[in-house]
Design a protein around this ligand. Structure first.
Ligand code: ADP
Ligand code: MG
Length: 393
């Protein structure tokens, strides 16, 4: 994928760096600093080039007004500690005070600018606001892939004014996504699960045009099974989507092999440690619900992984929050991780619940790449152009 990288940026300039510091906070204290740590490689790379680093970020949803509880100030100290160098702060992400504070920084100095969303122009992608931000530096670096599906002043507008580069985290994400879908080593296998077909229609349509095989699991598989005449009892399904499911099956013909579940784990109640049994698709009772894929399905999925070079995964295969219905997802995740660790499979996954499920399986670290970008990751899987990424070309 072609985009400009930090190595190509000039030395000794002021870089405006868009980061994702939308961290979970409780009573003014950060409860998870993953996003701060993720920004360190970019900050350090720019420091090593003698650049001043001015960080742009949004926090929460102040909706274009100054909301003191949504200040980024509480981020300053934790960031400085992680970085091992001081971090200054400016009360506004534009204007004379911010300019003066940046001017006062030494080479390699770092400053965090206040919440971009305190300005109404941020989410409107107001060119005037973008211009005011751009006036504070000579180059722009975007390291917030997770905000790249939004065309805002600090994620998109500004990239048209200053020379724009991808930060280290953005670069890692884009390279991983490219290796999974853009320019993958074939055969490519997809796994799509989750609750509903309706939330993942664009994603399914995009994937059948790009993958060699697509395994469908989770609640959404029930809709496909129902559409094919399987008695699915009281399973979660969108029966009004049956036609759509059949259209997807037809569209995949000859292009992408669809792997629908071969068996199921069913129970009468959706609760942890409910009485469950494994059964064939012809044996689901009216008062039973499909809550996970069964052994045969998992075994075939394992074979499909072994015969693939690349795996792209979004959506759990069952109700992974409640054991024993986590087993299909856990075993498939372990299989993928094992192949990835052995260098036999490029395994890329993403999605809020998918990340939680891989963490629950204890294998997220063995995947080639796990995206925590949520909405941006899903839009990318849908084949959409992400404005924040497009602006880096
Ligand atoms: P992601 O956040 O990774 O994109 P989704 O939000 O689409 O994933 O799907 C996750 C949800 O799907 C989980 O809450 C899980 O319990 C649910 N789910 C998976 N399989 C089933 C099933 N057979 N019946 C009901 N819900 C299911
Ligand atoms: Mg979800």
């Amino acid at each position: 994928m072609t985009f400009r990288r930090i190595e190509q940026a000039p030395d000794n300039v002021t870089a405006l760096v868009r980061v994702d510091f939308n961290v979970p906070m409780q009573d003014g204290a950060i409860t998870d600093d993953t996003r701060l740590r993720a920004a360190l490689p970019t900050i350090k790379a720019l420091q090593a080039k003698g650049c001043k680093v001015a960080l742009l970020a949004h926090f929460d949803r102040p909706k274009g007004k100054v909301v003191p509880e949504m200040s980024l100030k509480p981020v300053v100290e934790p960031l400085a500690k992680l970085l091992g160098s001081p971090v200054a702060f400016a009360d506004d992400c534009v204007g004379d005070a911010a300019k003066a504070a940046i001017d006062a920084l030494p080479a390699g100095g770092v400053i965090l600018l206040e919440n971009t969303r305190f300005h109404a122009g941020e989410e409107k992608n107001d060119p005037e606001l973008a211009k005011q931000m751009a006036a504070l530096g000579q180059i722009y670096v975007n390291d917030a892939f997770s905000a790249a599906h939004r065309a805002h002043a600090s994620t998109e507008g500004i990239a048209h004014i200053l020379p724009a580069y991808a930060g280290k985290q953005m670069e890692r994400e884009l390279d991983a996504l490219d290796s999974a879908l853009g320019n993958p080593k074939r055969p490519v296998l997809g796994i799509v699960g989750g609750a509903k077909v309706s939330t993942k229609l664009d994603l399914l349509r995009n994937l059948i045009g790009k993958l060699d095989r697509l395994a469908i699991g989770g609640g959404m598989a029930n809709t496909f099974l129902f559409a094919q005449g399987v008695e699915i009892g009281g399973s979660l399904a969108e029966k009004d989507m049956a036609d759509t499911a059949r259209q997807i099956i037809a569209a995949a013909k000859g292009k992408c092999e669809l792997l629908l579940p071969l068996d199921a784990v069913v129970a009468k109640e959706v609760k942890p440690h409910a009485d469950a049994r494994m059964c064939g698709l012809d044996d689901i009772q009216a008062d039973e619900k499909i809550l996970d894929v069964g052994e045969k399905t998992i075994r075939r999925l394992r074979e499909a992984m072994k015969h693939s070079h690349t795996l792209i995964w979004n959506g759990p295969l069952g109700v992974f929050e409640m054991p024993p219905f986590d087993q299909g997802t856990v075993i498939a995740a372990q299989d993928a991780a094992e192949l990835a660790k052995a260098g036999k499979l490029i395994a890329v996954a993403g999605g809020g619940d998918t990340v939680a499920a891989l963490n629950h399986a204890g294998v997220a670290g063995d995947f080639s790449f796990v995206s925590t970008a949520g909405g941006a990751f899903l839009e990318w899987m849908e084949g959409k152009t992400l404005p924040g990424v497009a602006a880096l070309h």
